[in-house]
Design a protein around this ligand. Sequence first.
Ligand SMILES: Cc1cc2nc3c(=O)[nH]c(=O)nc-3n(C[C@H](O)[C@H](O)[C@H](O)COP(=O)(O)OP(=O)(O)OC[C@H]3O[C@@H](n4cnc5c(N)ncnc54)[C@H](O)[C@@H]3O)c2cc1C
Length: 308
Amino acid sequence: IGKAKELAAKINHPVYAVFIGSDIKDRVDELRHYGVDKVFFCDDPELKYFKIETYTSAFEAFINKVKPTAILVGATSVGRQLAPRIAARFKTGLTADCTILDMQENTDLVQIRPAFGGNIMAEIHTPNHRPQMCTVRYKIMNAPERSDSLSGDVEEFTVAKDKLKNRVEVHGTTRKPKEQSIENAEVLVVAGRGVKKKEDLDMIMELAEHLGAQVACTRPMMESGWFDAKHQIGLSGRTVRPKLIITCGVSGAIQFVAGMNNSENIIAINSDPKATIFDVANYAIVGDIYEIVPQLIEKIKKGEAVVA
Ligand SMILES: Cc1cc2nc3c(=O)[nH]c(=O)nc-3n(C[C@H](O)[C@H](O)[C@H](O)COP(=O)(O)OP(=O)(O)OC[C@H]3O[C@@H](n4cnc5c(N)ncnc54)[C@H](O)[C@@H]3O)c2cc1C
């Protein structure tokens, strides 16, 4: 919604939110706290569970009704399934995982994302088809502030019953226990290949523990089997935006930096003064992690470092 408002202001278009589900009427207003011009919602018992066929039909009904210029979809597990189906149905373009979006006066959406392993930033346009579609990963754009007051209107739309027929039958659901995820962490300590042995990760874990931080890693550390893929930051991993990130023995490859350069405070520890991680770091510590990290831990233990 935040990005959509910025883009729409450039061409003087309204911003709409589309909300699909079952028994959702009393939750529609929540979306009106974020400054949209209208919330379109489709409420049907057939939409109780996310099923690709029914949700695509509902989304399609919305597009046929409203004919939007551009659609931004969250790159969640639901959004990543829904957006390509919709794009194919309308024979239009879709750019996945955009990191920068802009709007031209002629209503062409400028979709920018890393390509070729992050070595170039590709600028993609969809000049001949509408709606223009893109997905954006979690935490890439700024969320709008929630206002106490409500704004905009609400409009219900429906889908023909025959379009809600589908071949998937849900027999039951089980809620997955909530896991800690590096994407939501406020403080992260990152282990890179400067950590030589698996047992040396203990000092990284200890530092994280003292800071109330979660531990994350670079791709080689995940590939070596020392970490689960969920802990990898970067282009082929997760995008993070913590208040503080401390990288330990991380070179700062473009594919890693793409996943963390929006962090509020970046402290990098690397023995190579020319390491590219220092280009994005707010604080650069040139030195050996095997000396620096234990010293940091000692200082925190002695109360010489204040953890705010
Ligand atoms: C398509 C593609 C996608 C990719 N996606 C990702 C991704 O999502 N995430 C990711 O991380 N990588 C990704 N990569 C890999 C990326 O290019 C780098 O290879 C990787 O990020 C390097 O990890 P690193 O910094 O841990 O290791 P290295 O590049 O080997 O760097 C280790 C650093 O540690 C320093 N060092 C060594 N010893 C010490 C010490 N004792 N004290 C202090 N510093 C020390 C060195 O100076 C060096 O700078 C991708 C690559 C490709 C081609």
